[in-house]
Write a protein that binds this ligand. Structure first.
Ligand SMILES: Cc1cc2nc3c(=O)[nH]c(=O)nc-3n(C[C@H](O)[C@H](O)[C@H](O)COP(=O)(O)OP(=O)(O)OC[C@H]3O[C@@H](n4cnc5c(N)ncnc54)[C@H](O)[C@@H]3O)c2cc1C
Length: 94
């Protein structure tokens, strides 16, 4: 949950989601090893982007993730905001 709270703070600056409530949840969620989503371009493919691993907050975070990724796709420039969510952060563990 701590990783998710950090993610929310980074992604929207705490404006839309100042707090993530502690909840008891059931069902399977797409979790990455560090609990943060993957929002990135898949190298070496110029036109392949990935936005997944939103764990238990994917519906809530969809507008922020979508907006950030749309800006990335349209401009070709990776927003600084997306820096913690690079796919390659898992490369060293493989
Ligand atoms: C019961 C339930 C209730 C929820 N309620 C809420 C809520 O109230 N509010 C909220 O914000 N969020 C909620 N969520 C969470 C939200 O649904 C998810 O965070 C969101 O769907 C994740 O979106 P995503 O695009 O990151 O991943 P997904 O939409 O799950 O997409 C991941 C995709 O990757 C595929 N995949 C997985 N592993 C591999 C692999 N190795 N190779 C290739 N493909 C793979 C999967 O088949 C899937 O199609 C809930 C989830 C559940 C299960």
């Amino acid at each position: 949950m701590r990783a998710t709270q950090m993610f929310v703070k980074r992604l929207d600056g705490g404006v839309l989601l100042p707090k993530v409530a502690r909840v008891h949840a059931v069902g399977r969620r797409p979790l990455t090893p560090d609990g943060l989503p993957i929002l990135d371009r898949v190298h070496p493919f110029e036109s392949l982007f990935i936005a997944t691993g939103h764990s238990m907050l994917g519906i809530t975070l969809a507008p922020a993730s979508g907006q950030a990724m749309a800006g990335y796709v349209l401009s070709g420039t990776r927003p600084e905001l997306l820096e913690p969510f690079r796919l390659r952060r898992f490369a060293a563990t493989r």
